[in-house]
Design a protein around this ligand. Structure first.
Ligand SMILES: [Zn+2]
Length: 235
């Protein structure tokens, strides 16, 4: 099996929040998509690892994911160790994704920072033959970054206008994290009543830049290489 698009998120709702529309769109376009959650989110103020696992499985169904796995690294303590890197390399060699996406490396949450570096290092080392896992070596050709700081311009954006509803449904599957007037758990940024509106506003902003309704933003470390600049704009 080869995945077309594999997302690594630090916590069980990160993929949905930042690239949920793109995941829904790609699966509708017939691509094999997957998400690997690095932690179970057990340090989260609300919910438990078991509840969050059920919510992640429901979101995976909504997004049409072919694969959703959890690496089970400690929430709040994601660190770049040889063992952690080997686990990511094994997944990369197992699923051989054509495109990998993960967190941008500058983020206020340390788990997002470390996930970004862990995945980037694994993407590189997965191509080294002398790192042995019993699988053929494989280096994914494309590594994208999401959840960009406010002052980082995207390399490109993906129009998710028709898929914003599926993105919303996938985010809403993470019920334990979101606004619930009946909940007695402590409140968080995500549990504020206007949180989903704020997520949507960011996607409306990226969409407005390209004269679309909603879009999700991605960053590439290298410029996008276009072989035929006429055919690219007139496919
Ligand atoms: Zn997170």
């Amino acid at each position: 099996m080869q995945l077309d698009f594999l997302v690594f998120g630090a916590h069980p709702d990160d993929a949905e929040l930042f690239v949920g529309g793109t995941l829904a769109k790609l699966s509708d376009l017939g691509y094999a998509t997957g998400v690997v959650d690095i932690t179970r989110g057990e340090l989260g103020t609300r919910g438990t690892a078991a509840v969050r696992g059920r919510e992640a499985r429901e979101a995976a169904r909504i997004l049409g994911l072919a694969v959703r796995e959890n690496l089970g690294l400690p929430d709040g303590g994601v660190s770049i160790t040889d063992a952690a890197r080997m686990r990511v390399i094994r997944l990369l060699r197992k699923y051989r994704p054509r495109v990998v996406a993960t967190h941008y490396w500058d983020d206020r949450h340390p788990d997002h920072v470390h996930t970004s570096r862990l995945v980037a290092e694994a993407v590189h080392h997965s191509g080294l033959a002398k790192i042995r896992t019993g699988q053929p070596r494989y280096r994914p050709p494309v590594l994208l970054f999401f959840k960009l700081p406010w002052n980082v311009a995207p390399s490109f954006v993906v129009d998710i206008g028709a898929w914003a509803g599926r993105r919303d449904a996938a985010i809403a599957a993470h019920r334990s994290q979101l606004y619930d007037p009946a909940s007695r758990e402590p409140s968080t940024n995500l549990s504020q009543p206007d949180f989903l509106d704020r997520v949507d506003s960011v996607h409306s902003y990226y969409g407005a830049i390209v004269r679309k309704g909603k879009a999700e933003a991605f960053y590439l470390k290298e410029p996008l290489e276009i072989g035929d600049p006429v055919a690219h704009f007139y496919p």
